[in-house]
Design a protein around this ligand. Sequence first.
Ligand code: GLC
Length: 716
Amino acid sequence: MKRIPASALALALMLLAASCGQKKEAPKSKYPVVDSLMSVMTLEEKIGQTVLFTSDWTVTGPSMRDNYLEDIRAGRCGSLLNAYTADFTREIQRVAVEQTRLGIPILFGYDVIHGFRTIFPINLGMSCSWDIPAIERSARIAAEEAAAAGLQWTYSPMCDISVEPRWGRISEGSGEDPYLGSLIAAAMVRGYQGDDLAADNTLIACVKHFAAYGAPQGGRDYNTVDMSERWLREFYLPPYKAAVEAGAVSVMASFNELDGVPAHANAHLMEEILRDEWGFDGFVVSDYTGILEMINHGYAADLSDAARLSMNAGLDMDMMSAAYMNHLKQLIESGEVSEATLDKAVRRILEAKAALGLFDDPYRYCDPEREKARTLTEENKAFARSFAAESMVLLKNDGILPLKKGEPVAVLGPLADSKDDLLGSWRGAGEVEAVPVSVLGAVKEVTPVAAGAGKVILVIGEPWSWSGEAASRSDIRIPEEQRELLRQLKKAGKKVAVVLMNGRPLDLSEESELADAILEAWYPGTMGGYAVADVLFGEVNPSGRLTATFPRRLGQVPVYHYMKNTGRPYVHPEAKYESRYLDVVNEPLYPFGYGLSYTSFDYSAIRLSADGFSGDGSLTASVTVTNTGSREGTETVQLYVRDLVGSVTRPVRQLKGFERVTLAPGESREVRFTLDRETLSFYRADMSYGPESGDFLLFIGSDAATPNSAAFTYEI
Ligand code: GLC
């Protein structure tokens, strides 16, 4: 096989020469190199570009690929995941660029989910900051560090809405709300992709897991998802759509089936919605062996059948099933898959590589000096510390917090001195060695740690491996021995501030009674030890607000803020024939949007600019928020709307706006929200999207349970 000179110029000249004798086709791509390559690629070379294998540097799925380097050399693999560092990716890139006929560069992908080397809070924690610019900045920093380590592609943002605390991957998403989840998804795409994909500090994003992976029956990972088209479009699709509209270049199919069809062969999702409705023009990648798993689903008879079903449904790249590698050639020769379909997939993938500048300089991401200079910088770590503190949610405080520096305090609990658990799941290339202190270590730096002290910081929760992928739990309480420790401490008369490290909403019904304070710290990342101490000792006034409802017990699940009223709402405590439980109230322990502060805030009554509005008009709703406490604090003022009567039933609350305001003690600020037809739009009885005339309520307050409301009308 004739080897190709490595330089892109030589490649271009060769392609030009090779295509001279061919009839000039109208350019199909904005990248001429893509048209040139497509004109000379063999069928095998095209198929190779649809194949993604993992390196052996880390394991993120049930199988490995031993001879991936030989696959690359033979042109059987065009992209690689789980390989990073400038040196390692350069070594691999050389094989693709200098040892294959066409020298098409490899696309390197990795799960950069909540940071790369500098690790930020897990995404559920990040979302509780409600700080969209900070979330975007965390993605920007992650891209800076990851691109310097030879990567061009992250499998993020994870856009899966979930109301399932049993599901371990609720830790990776932005909670239960489609409005907030959409803002976060778009912010992360902006952070990763920046303004120039060919720059050496940007990554292409990957919108996952498409779609509705967060609604597995029983909260059991990979389990069946079945919901109405209306529910899918109203509550689960918005964050994926927002990420696509933000320009995401790739989408990952989800493991689950939806309405009986696995997402990996679901043309309704990948063609009709994603491409025809949303105009997505990037490429779709499978999840890890997702094509192969359609045999288990009972949807494909064998791997060839699976390859046919996926390729014909619009799935462009095969992660780790080797279905396309082993079967596409014969499927095309038999006509079961058209070469035009393959060409579409290959073109999308080559265009992503061209957009990244890989054909101009395949080694642009492989600079060890830049990697060193950009990783774990003091600036990155300082931001990680402040962002982690901002993600924490104060759930209870009887006054024990903030603690005073210098006062003796005992620090106890199985997670108190763990650095490893601070990083959480999907920690990317984050290493424990880079974690400066545990919670215990950080507290020791500000106060004497005294075992017999009257005040105790009790660091408990879940080990990090109890959430993330393949980590569903049938019991959402913290381990019994930890609850027993809390009971004993209270029996001994101690004042106890509980610090929680966990990856899901928990049943804290017992802890909420026993503890004197509860700080939800999630898995706060590389600088999380210091961030916890910053909050505990008042350096930072906690401002996090829950983005996933905490139930009183698992038996209430699913419980979330946009539930329906039902025909027999539970309004009379003693009534029998109402939608209720015999053994627990309907209200959750901590509602969506909830969180306390070291100060307090007062809300005025709502003021409306009019009694209602019509057509394309708008209505302004405002409140005056006052810091009635003694220290500066940040409040997330939340707007919820309820459509009282619709052509289909409507939720009792829907988040439609929020504003974070920082107020000095005694300071008041007017917060205004503008409502328009988009605010009121939904999938109506005929599945058209838009508003309906009628009566509405709006609520403005500090969480979804706020009673602060006002009525208004809308006329189409
Ligand atoms: C995993 C996950 C997915 C991840 C991929 C690559 O199975 O489902 O989120 O991006 O494989 O690691």
